[in-house]
Design a protein around this ligand. Structure first.
Ligand code: SPD
Length: 351
């Protein structure tokens, strides 16, 4: 069995096993930390190492996207100690007083974070969050099935590939693709532009084989579709396993993102949460984690420890100038028009 397939199976198993820990009251000798993270977003050995080193049990569960995490956490009737929202979701949670300011004297390894990932608009003074992983969004395609150049989002609307396209089951990411295809900002609050994006996505829906989550990686590896909207970290996993796959960022531009560690206001295991965050920022741990999950670490000292083919990958670590290109945007919080975004996505999925 190839390394990546084993990794994918392990990630899936870790997700299932970790869910069984939720609600379990047992603790390590030094207590517990309750962690809620994206699926396929940690090397399970990292949690084991943390427990071995600290005596703190990791109670770990997973979500599929930012909106699912927010819906779980927002009512306040469950308490987590560490969450991993994306940039715009960090901003939203700060605005809604759901996050506590971090005491960085308890997270000395946060000093390892590169300047590129500091003072970003979602947390301009670096008070509430610590960058965990980052990346771009693009298209993974199978070179044996796609004969046209993959240079525009338009290819995801090409009838030739009907039934051979995977999109993410993610409201913000899918609407982003339609907005960029139309030449609009992914952060638009303009109702007419959002209506046009909705029409594009409804037009695309019959061509889409499925709106997928983490399972999309294995499906592309197995050749089940020709094209998939993909985060670069997922692309890294897919490309390592199937050499027929490639990754491209369309010329209209795309999203670049940071997923960050945060502590909710109702966290109950604060000291343990600080130790956990600090552990994940240790360069050797960040490197081990990044190599396993495929995503890009914001810690140069960790990147330097990665195998050559990963640390020099244009997919995982594109030219820094790309992030400054105005066509590449970071999401911001669309709370004032969030009902419009949500209703667009509901209508697209129902179409
Ligand atoms: N397996 C999913 C890993 C999480 C990737 N987060 C991307 C967020 C983009 N807004």
């Amino acid at each position: 069995m190839k390394k990546t397939v084993k990794r994918l199976l392990c990630l899936a198993a870790a997700g299932v096993m970790s869910l069984s820990f939720v609600g379990c009251s047992s603790e390590g000798e030094n207590g517990k930390v309750v962690v809620y993270n994206w699926g396929d977003y940690i090397d399970p050995e990292v949690n084991d190492l943390f427990t071995q080193e600290t005596g703190i049990k990791v109670v770990y569960s997973e979500y599929a996207n930012n909106e699912e995490m927010y819906a779980t956490v927002e009512p306040g009737n469950v308490s987590y100690d560490v969450l991993f929202p994306s940039d715009y979701m960090v901003e939203k949670m700060i605005n809604n007083n759901m996050l506590q300011k971090l005491d960085f004297s308890k997270i000395p390894n946060a000093a390892n974070i590169d300047e590129t990932f500091k003072n970003l608009p979602y947390d301009p003074n670096n008070e509430y969050s610590i960058p965990y992983m980052w990346g771009t969004m693009g298209i993974v395609y199978n070179k044996t099935m796609v004969t046209d150049p993959v240079e525009s989002w338009d290819i995801l609307w090409d009838q030739k590939y009907a039934g051979q396209i995977f999109m993410y089951d993610s409201e913000r990411d899918s609407i982003m693709v339609a907005l960029k295809k139309l030449g609009y900002s992914m952060n638009t609050r303009n109702e007419a532009e959002l209506e046009q994006a909705k029409a594009e996505l409804i037009k695309q829906a019959p061509l889409v084989l499925a709106y997928v989550g983490d399972e999309g990686k294995n499906k592309m590896i197995n050749g089940e579709a020709a094209l998939m909207l993909a985060w670069a970290g997922d692309a890294m996993v897919m490309l390592q396993e199937n050499p027929d796959l490639a990754y491209a960022i369309p010329k209209e531009g795309s999203n670049w993102f940071v997923d960050a560690m945060v502590m909710p206001t109702n966290a109950e295991n604060v000291e343990q949460a600080y130790q956990y965050m600090n552990f994940l920022c240790r360069p050797d741990i960040a490197a081990k984690n990044a190599e396993y999950i495929g995503y890009s670490t914001p810690i140069s000292a960790a990147r330097d420890m990665l195998p050559e083919e990963i640390k020099n990958s244009e997919v995982a670590y594109p030219d820094p100038a790309l992030l400054k290109d105005p066509k590449m945007e970071m999401f911001n919080d669309p709370s004032d028009v969030i009902s419009l975004y949500s209703s667009i996505w509901t209508q697209v999925k129902a179409s």
